[in-house]
Design a protein around this ligand. Structure first.
Ligand code: AMP
Length: 302
């Protein structure tokens, strides 16, 4: 059976402020960034919820990337999830200014029948209870990865602990890994997270790249050094999307495959940050991704 990638997560209107300008109500959300990023490698299946205010133009954008939106439901009378954030001068840290969950607050995804045979599953940042419910609906996944955040580590700790052994891979950022394990050293934290259940753990460090902890040991990869950082929103989800999209399209043997996938994820994320919202990804081609990957490979060779 051919591989197929499913993502379940938020579809949002993002309002973003940076030291160099901003954008209002741009298409965003974890599932949006993930599916767009993975669409350079495969035909992703998107599961999410939007309100009646979600314009056709956005659905057409998904369709233009061959993203299957059968699982994107529209809640009658509802409003789409809205998020507002402001980046600090260093562009690495941000404050959430507003969150209006709207239709996302009662999100309880029922997967379309035709999505239940998905081989690759990404549980985007969300309540671990919902993430587990999604996983219950997939018949025989071959690779399950999830993202989480400090909110769930603090408020749904036990539920998250129950989910972790069901995962192949977990994405976390550096501060979340420290919070989850109560360690102060990132390497110890990565190894400690693996002991909680996931076969491998990927710790994201923003512009400083990512570290993989797996049975093959530790693998470190730097961020692609782009000088054009306009808006970091969605970098983490694009990294995950590029990574899993690539994995879905490569049946080569591990561990090289996972390392290549991390490189692809890094490159796709480096495009995402070069403009607001999906702006730069919309102007990116697979060829451009491959060219930047080659430049990156040369930077890493020694
Ligand atoms: P990232 O920059 O990769 O961490 O992801 C940013 C995206 O996450 C934005 O497009 C937001 O719409 C979305 N987002 C922010 N807060 C939440 C939340 N509580 N649940 C789900 N998605 C969120």
């Amino acid at each position: 059976m051919a591989n197929s990638l499913i993502v379940v997560g938020s579809v949002a209107f993002d309002s973003i402020e940076t030291p160099n300008g901003g954008v209002d109500e741009a298409l965003g959300g974890s599932a949006t960034y993930f599916s767009y990023a993975s669409s350079f490698f495969t035909r992703p299946r998107l599961v999410g919820v939007v309100g009646e205010d979600f314009p056709d133009e956005h659905r057409q954008l998904f369709a233009s990337r061959d993203i299957d939106t059968t699982g994107l439901s529209t809640q009658a009378g509802g409003q789409t999830f809205r998020w507002k954030g402001r980046y600090h001068q260093d562009m690495n840290t941000r404050d959430t200014l507003e969150v209006h969950l709207n239709v996302f607050s009662s999100f309880n995804p029922v997967l379309p029948e035709k999505f239940r045979d998905s081989s690759h599953v990404f549980l985007a940042n969300g309540s671990p209870v919902i993430q587990a419910r999604v996983l219950d609906q997939i018949k025989k996944p071959t690779l399950v990865m999830a993202d989480t955040m400090d909110l769930w580590i603090s408020t749904m700790h036990d539920e998250l602990m129950e989910l972790l052994p069901r995962l192949d891979g977990l994405f976390l950022n550096d501060s979340e890994a420290l919070l989850l394990t109560e360690e102060s050293n990132l390497i110890k934290a990565g190894q400690a997270v693996r002991k909680l259940g996931p076969k491998f753990v990927i710790i994201k460090k923003g512009e400083h790249g990512a570290t993989l902890f797996s049975e093959d040991g530790v693998f470190v990869i730097p961020g692609f050094p782009t000088h054009e950082v306009v808006d970091p929103t969605g970098a983490g989800d694009s990294f995950a999307g590029g990574l899993m999209g690539y994995l879905c399209s490569d049946d080569g043997p591990p561990p090289g495959r996972l390392r290549r996938a991390m490189a692809y994820g890094t490159i796709v994320a480096s495009f995402t940050v070069e403009d607001f919202g999906l702006g730069r990804l919309k102007r990116t081609t697979r060829k451009e991704i491959d060219q930047r990957l080659e430049a990156y490979r040369n930077m890493l060779a020694f």
